[in-house]
Design a protein around this ligand. Structure first.
Ligand code: SAJ
Length: 439
C-alpha cells in the first residue's frame, strides 16, 4: 500500500491499527483510536493485563478520569488485546509504546524495544507504517529502529514500510486529557510519512497543533523538553541552598524574582521523581555519547536534583542532631502530590539515607497503599516529621495535633507547604528547603 492509499484508508477509518505496549502510554491511545472508529489490536506481553483489558477492566492504577469507562466501552468491540504478535499480520499502522528505561549507568535499555521490533518484523506487511511513541535518545530511529526492523522483516525502510516517531506527552492523572489536547511533534522518516502521520493523529487530536518534522527533531524535542525542566528545577534547588546559607526565604525570593519580566523560576523541593524527568535528560545525553560534545550542565542538574533527599536528611540532622535510633515520620512517598505513582520517588532515597544513619523512617502516604494509615498514630513518639510530598491532605492537617504527638516537635518542610509562622504557632520548630534556619 502506498502512503497516499494509506492516508486515504486512515481518513476513512478503514486502516487497521495496532498498539504494542498497553501501559499508561499505549492503552489510552489504543482506546482513543478505537473510540474514534478504528479497529484496533493491542499487544502486550503480560497475559493478565490482556485479560483485564478484554474484559473491560483498566489495569492502570491511580485515578485516570474517563479511562475505565472508555476501556469498558471499546473492549471486545473496536479494541481487542492479545499477547500474540501473529495477530499483527494484517496491520496498516503499528504504534509502539514499550518501556525505554535508563539503567544505573545512565544509558538507555532498549531490550523491550529491540524484542518488539524483532517480533514485529516477522509479521510486518508491505506498506505498513510503524510509529515509535516511546521516548528514545536522539538518533535511535536511525541507528536502532530502522536497522532492527529491516533485519527482522527482510524489507527496506522507506520502500516496503514507513517509519515515524511521535513522542508521547502523557502525565499520570491526566492520561486521556493530555492525549486529546496537547500538541504533538510528528516525526516522519520522509515528509510524506509525516503528513500521513498528521492525518492519523488528527483522528484523535481535533484541535492541538500536530507539527510534522523529521525523526531526529522529534527525538530531540521530547528529550530536550524534559531536560529543560530538570535543569530549571535544579537551578531552583541550588538557589534554595544559597537562601539557606544566607538566611533568605527561597519562597519570598522566588515570588519576587518571578515578578521580573520573562522570569519563571520553578519550585525547589525534596527531589525530582517520576517516569520522565529523571530519565529523559540521560536519553538526550546518550544522543551525543561517544562524540566530542562534552555535557556539563545537564548531568550536573541531575546530580543537584538527585542530591535533594540527602539535603533533607542534613536539615533533619541540623534540627535534632545524630539520627541514630531516632524515629522520623516521613509524610509522602509518591513522586507527585495527590498521586499514587512512586516511580523514582525521592522519598525512597530519603528512607534509604535515614536507615543508613540508623534512624527508623515511619512512612505515611494517603495514596500509596502500603503506607496508608492513621497519620497521627504514626506520628506518636517520632523525633521529627519530614514533608516530602505536598498531598492536599497534609495541607489541611492539624499541625497543633501533630506537634503534641511528636516527642521532638520538629517539622522539616521539603516542599514549602507551610509558611514558617504557621508551623511555629502550632508549637513546631520549623526548617525547610530554602529556609534552613531552624527555629
Ligand atoms: N518538581 C519540582 N519542582 C518543580 C516541578 C516539579 O521539584 O517546580 C518535582 C516534582 O515534585 C516531581 C518531579 O519534579 O517529583 C516531576 O514533576 P513534574 O511536574 O515534571 O511531573 P511529571 O514527572 O509527571 O512530568 C510530566 C512531563 N510530561 C511528559 O513527559 C509528557 C513534563 O514534561 C511535564 O512538564 C509535566 O508532566 C507536567 O507538568 O505536565
Amino acid at each position: 500500500m502506498s502512503l497516499e492509499t494509506l492516508k486515504k484508508s486512515i481518513v476513512e477509518k478503514k486502516a487497521r491499527l495496532a498498539v504494542i505496549g498497553l501501559g499508561y502510554v499505549g492503552l489510552p491511545v489504543a482506546c482513543t483510536f478505537a473510540e474514534a472508529g478504528f479497529e484496533v489490536t493491542g499487544i502486550d506481553l503480560v497475559a493478565e493485563r490482556v485479560t483485564k483489558i478484554n474484559s473491560g477492566i483498566s489495569p492502570i492504577e491511580g485515578n485516570e478520569p474517563g479511562l475505565p469507562e472508555l476501556i469498558s466501552k471499546v473492549a471486545g468491540k473496536q479494541l481487542k488485546a492479545s499477547t500474540d504478535y501473529k495477530d499483527l499480520g494484517d496491520m496498516d499502522v503499528i504504534l509502539i509504546a514499550v518501556e525505554t528505561p535508563v539503567a544505573e549507568d545512565n544509558k538507555p535499555r532498549y531490550e523491550a524495544l529491540r524484542s518488539c521490533l524483532k517480533s514485529l518484523g516477522t509479521v510486518l506487511k508491505d506498506g505498513a507504517l510503524v510509529i515509535i511513541e516511546s521516548t528514545i535518545a536522539p538518533g535511535t530511529m536511525a541507528k536502532v529502529v530502522e536497522p532492527a526492523l529491516e533485519q527482522s522483516s527482510g524489507k527496506k525502510a522507506g520502500k516496503d514500510f514507513y517509519l515515524g516517531n511521535c513522542p508521547e506527552r502523557v502525565m499520570p492523572g491526566k492520561l486521556l486529557k493530555n492525549l486529546r489536547t496537547l500538541s504533538r511533534v510528528v516525526g516522519g522518516s520522509t515528509p510524506e510519512t509525516a503528513e500521513t502521520m498528521v492525518a492519523l493523529y488528527r483522528q484523535i487530536i481535533p484541535q492541538a497543533d500536530l507539527d510534522p518534522t523529521d525523526c531526529i527533531t522529534a527525538e530531540l524535542v521530547k528529550t530536550v523538553e524534559n531536560a529543560y525542566r530538570d535543569v530549571q528545577i535544579a537551578f531552583a534547588n541550588e538557589v534554595a541552598m544559597i537562601a539557606e546559607a544566607t538566611g533568605g526565604d527561597i519562597w519570598k525570593v522566588r515570588e519576587l524574582v518571578n515578578k521580573s519580566p520573562d522570569r519563571m523560576m520553578l519550585m525547589p523541593g525534596a527531589g525530582v521523581g517520576g517516569h520522565c524527568i529523571p530519565k529523559d535528560p540521560w536519553l538526550l545525553a546518550y544522543g551525543v555519547d561517544g562524540s566530542d560534545v562534552e555535557l556539563r550542565l545537564i548531568p550536573t542538574a541531575r546530580a543537584v536534583n538527585d542530591g535533594m533527599p540527602s539535603h533533607i536528611v542534613s536539615l533533619v540532622r541540623k534540627a535534632i542532631g545524630n539520627l541514630n535510633g531516632k524515629r522520623i515520620l516521613v509524610l509522602g512517598y509518591a513522586y507527585l502530590e495527590d498521586s499514587d505513582d512512586t516511580r523514582n520517588s525521592p522519598s525512597a532515597t530519603l528512607v534509604d539515607e535515614l536507615k543508613a544513619q540508623s534512624a527508623t523512617p515511619v512512612v505515611h502516604d494517603p495514596f500509596v497503599h502500603q503506607y496508608q494509615g492513621d497519620l497521627f498514630a504514626m506520628a506518636k513518639g517520632c523525633d521529627a516529621a519530614v514533608l516530602m510530598v505536598k498531598h492536599s491532605e497534609y495541607k489541611q492537617m492539624d499541625l497543633g495535633k501533630l506537634a503534641a504527638l511528636l516527642s521532638t516537635r520538629v517539622l522539616i518542610d521539603g516542599r514549602g507547604l507551610w509558611p514558617r509562622p504557621t508551623a511555629q504557632q502550632a508549637g513546631l520548630v520549623y526548617a525547610g528547603v530554602g529556609q534552613g534556619a531552624v527555629r
